[in-house]
Design a protein around this ligand. Structure first.
Ligand code: SAM
Ligand code: SF4
Length: 333
């Protein structure tokens, strides 16, 4: 990794170089691990405007942040979101501009995102079986997302990565097929352990827990996995499969806590700076932006000050009721 000099350093000497900006909490899908079936979304008037998000991106980059990820909710359902990508893509300090999407809008947007300067795209895909895909996402159409993956490949991003949340008895028997799908297309793939964010109905998250280790055990029969020290600046730990370009990653908040080298913070669509995915420590950047409409120095000062309350790590426990009542869509996953 190149040496980084961020002005954002927390109380545990961790440099913050990566910010995930959520542009909406809304979504065209309702994945069972992410949302309840019936969701109340933030009133539009409370969201940051795209101009305010672009301003925050500029402030972060001037503070030494080099990587921005645009997420949600589903970021590509926000109206005029391409304008935002164009603004962020033009910031000189940003080396990596990425987006996490469910893929449904990629047939429409992939080429324009590439032209705006997006370097890498993460696409969520939990099943290759139509009915299952529809059940997990509650209303998604697999073919639409597969078309989105093709569009991303055709657009020529540096990397396209799939994200799969693996749940026991829902899709755990598909991990080999998902890896084969990724290998055949030269895609990276990260398996994610479900995190207890928000109340999602009657489903028992502890019962659905399927560990990264269990996935690697399942894969071992079919693929020769080789551990690597590679990183993309996020929480994935990567393995390679001999003879293939793809990386197979594991995001394992339960079985491998990744907080020690955390380099990131999140901003919700309402402008709340979240210092940790699994804790409530936060700062109100919307207030800082609106109180200082022309003075970026004040906004940067608010961001710098917030670093002192970044906690050491999350305390996720699947056996308890969620202690974090924010859903992932409101968190900016
Ligand atoms: N809508 C986009 C998507 O699905 O990729 C971006 C937002 S989504 C909240 C970001 C990522 O968080 C997705 O890969 C999704 O699978 C993951 N995710 C959502 N809820 C989760 C949970 N409770 N535990 C672990 N991962 C979760
Ligand atoms: Fe929407 Fe993404 Fe959450 Fe699924 S994981 S409901 S696609 S925000």
């Amino acid at each position: 990794m190149p040496e980084q000099h961020s002005q954002l350093v927390d109380g545990f000497s961790r440099q913050i170089t990566y910010v995930r900006l959520s542009v909406t909490d809304r979504c065209d899908l309702r994945c069972v691990y992410c949302m309840a079936e019936d969701m109340t979304f933030v009133p539009r008037a409370q969201l940051l405007t795209l101009e305010e998000i672009a301003r925050l991106g500029r402030c972060f980059s001037e503070l030494g942040v080099t990587k921005l990820r645009i997420t949600g909710g589903e970021p590509l359902v926000r109206r005029n979101v391409l304008w935002l990508f164009e603004q962020l893509g033009a910031l000189p300090g940003i080396r990596d501009l990425t987006v996490t999407t469910n893929g449904t809008q990629l047939p429409k947007y992939a080429a324009a995102l590439k032209a705006a300067g997006v370097t890498r795209v993460n696409i969520s895909l939990d099943s290759l079986q139509r009915e299952r895909f529809a059940a997990i996402t509650r209303k998604g159409e697999l073919d639409q997302v597969l078309a989105g993956i093709d569009a991303a490949l055709a657009a020529g991003f540096e990397r396209v990565k799939l994200n799969s949340v693996i749940l026991k008895h829902r899709n755990h028997d598909e991990v080999r097929d998902l890896v084969q799908f990724a290998l055949d297309r030269g895609l990276d793939l990260s398996f994610i352990e479900e995190m207890p964010l928000g109340v999602i109905g009657d489903r028992d998250r502890a019962e659905a827990y399927y560990s990264s280790e269990a996935i690697r055990r399942d894969l071992a029969g079919r693929f020769a996995l080789i551990p690597t020290t590679e990183t993309t600046g996020g929480p994935s730990r990567y393995w390679r499969v001999t003879g293939h370009a793809s990386r197979i990653g594991f995001i394992s908040p339960h079985s491998h806590n990744f907080c020690g080298d955390c380099n990131r913070v999140r901003v919700t669509a309402e402008g709340r700076l979240l210092l940790c995915l699994g804790q409530e420590h936060s700062a109100d950047l919307r207030r800082a932006l609106r109180a200082n409409p022309t003075d970026d120095k004040r906004v940067k000062q608010a961001i710098r000050q917030a670093m002192s309350i970044k906690p050491p790590g999350h305390d996720f426990d699947l056996t308890e009721r969620p202690i974090i009542f924010r859903h992932m869509n409101a968190t900016g996953g």
